[in-house]
Design a protein around this ligand. Structure first.
Ligand SMILES: [Cu+2]
Length: 170
């Protein structure tokens, strides 16, 4: 009686392990699919490349740029228009938090700097390009500042009325 009972238990244990083996096989293929779909969104890469352009209509093509904390940022800034930089020059200037954008712009206008970068306020600048004319490009690299929202603008005289945006680190 005891032997027969043991035999039945052993048989049912074998059946269970076979069943477990089959379902295990199905589960592992499901797990692989889940991993491949979620991995890219949860791990921001160390480097990010942003593209921004300015036009002859005195506009940036983007008023919001977004990066993640700790990223090394490459910004490719392009003047997509045809006008010369003496008439329609564009730059990109990213300001530290707490900087008065209008006061900074006024200082840039009277700075005498060929790129309209006020050197006396350099501590308020995170990164900037040179001044571009139509068809020109400038690429700059900088480390993303700490998480937060930062202003950027074009400091060519009069342009900050329409050429400004938010650079968000999140
Ligand atoms: Cu401009």
């Amino acid at each position: 009686m005891n032997v027969l009972r043991f035999g039945m238990l052993a048989f049912s244990a074998l059946s269970l392990s076979l069943f477990a083996c089959n379902s295990g096989g199905n589960q592992s293929s499901t797990a692989t699919d889940t991993t491949t779909t979620t991995a890219p969104t949860t791990t921001p890469s160390k480097e990010v490349t942003l593209e921004l352009s300015g036009s002859d209509q005195m506009q940036y093509d983007k008023q919001l740029l977004h990066v993640s904390p700790g990223q090394d940022v490459t910004l490719i800034f392009h003047h997509a228009g045809k006008m010369p930089k003496t008439a329609m020059g564009h730059n990109f200037v990213l300001l530290q938090q707490g900087t008065d954008m209008h006061a900074f712009d006024s200082a840039a206008r009277v700075s005498g700097d060929p790129n309209f970068i006020p050197q006396k306020l350099s501590s308020e600048i995170i990164a900037h390009t040179k001044l571009l004319g139509g068809g020109e490009s400038d690429t700059i690299k900088f480390a993303a500042p700490p998480a937060g929202s930062y202003d950027y603008l074009c400091t060519f005289p009069g342009h900050s009325a329409t050429m400004f945006g938010k650079f968000v680190v999140q």
